[in-house]
Design a protein around this ligand. Structure first.
Ligand code: NAI
Length: 258
């Protein structure tokens, strides 16, 4: 158990990639704070963590709101103890061509993905700094390294996450806090699947969503298959322990950004 008795916070931990990361950290021995906008799904993940024999706290947060983030960090530390690891994973997507992109939609995505990552990282560094130890992992995307059509505001928000991560890593490097970004490729979650996901949007004429999902994995990824939330969890468990890795944006994308 490499992370025995470490305390880890995962935002957006109620489902998808965040859930996979929370469970991987728990399997490695950490106790977990699962934070999500949707408290009901955070509680479901918390029950799964407890079933693995670890302590877990489910908390509600809106990461785009500074007061909500401050409250989260206070309640997390009061409930489980000093945070060693923070995974800023919560994020949203919108699919719009440039001419259809409104200011409201731009702000909605930037406020969660970019501002939310800033607010969480700032609050986490503030508590980790005095203890001179901490591991922060910001979930960016392959869309933080390469542009995609119909995703200009999402890409802008994820490029921002990577630039922010790199700058903060330098700022706190001498204080025992490592800050890295994880860049997932294609992961089978609500972002890609279902009627409002990317595979439906990028389906060809007469092509079903499941068929588009299969085609996109094969055509976009050199390895030809999507990644899983567990793959993301493996890298997070590594980064939570690594002493000398900081300021990096590490892709787990089946070779997309080769
Ligand atoms: P998801 O939509 O399945 O889960 C996102 C979670 O974040 C949900 O539980 C949701 O309730 C929560 N959330 C949304 N807004 C929030 C807010 N304001 N405050 C707190 N929680 C909030 O998404 P998925 O796919 O698991 O994505 C997780 C992260 O990974 C996101 O940052 C996303 O941009 C990134 N990502 C996902 C990829 C994929 O293929 N699914 C690829 C690359 C990056």
């Amino acid at each position: 158990m490499q992370l025995n008795d470490k305390i880890a916070l995962v935002t957006g931990g109620g489902r998808g990639i965040g859930q996979g990361i929370a469970l991987a950290l728990a399997k490695a021995g950490a106790d977990i704070v699962v934070a999500d906008l949707d408290l009901a799904i955070a509680r479901e993940t918390a029950a799964d963590v407890e079933a693995l024999g670890r302590r877990c706290l489910a908390l509600q947060v809106d990461i785009s709101d500074a007061a909500s983030v401050r409250r989260l960090i206070e309640e997390a530390e009061a409930g489980l103890g000093p945070l060693d690891i923070a995974v800023n994973n919560a994020g949203i997507i919108g699919i719009h061509s440039l001419d259809a992109l409104t200011v409201e939609e731009w702000d909605r995505v930037m406020n969660v993905n970019a501002r939310g990552t800033f607010l969480c990282t700032q609050a986490e560094v503030a508590v980790m700094r005095s203890r001179r130890v901490g591991r922060i992992i910001n979930v960016a995307s392959m869309a933080g390294k390469v542009g995609f059509p119909d995703l200009s505001h999402y890409c802008a928000s994820k490029f921002a996450v990577i630039g922010f991560t790199n700058a903060v890593a330098k700022e706190v490097a001498a204080e025992g806090i490592n800050v890295n970004a994880l860049c997932p490729g294609i992961v089978d979650t609500g972002m890609w699947r279902g009627e409002s996901g990317l595979s439906a949007r990028w389906s060809q004429e007469g092509e079903s969503e499941p068929a588009a999902w299969e085609r996109l994995q094969k055509s976009l990824l050199p390895q030809g298959v999507a990644q899983t939330p567990e793959d993301m969890g493996q890298l997070v468990v590594y980064l939570a322990q690594a002493e000398h890795v900081t300021g990096q944006a590490i892709a787990v994308d089946g070779g997309f950004t080769l």
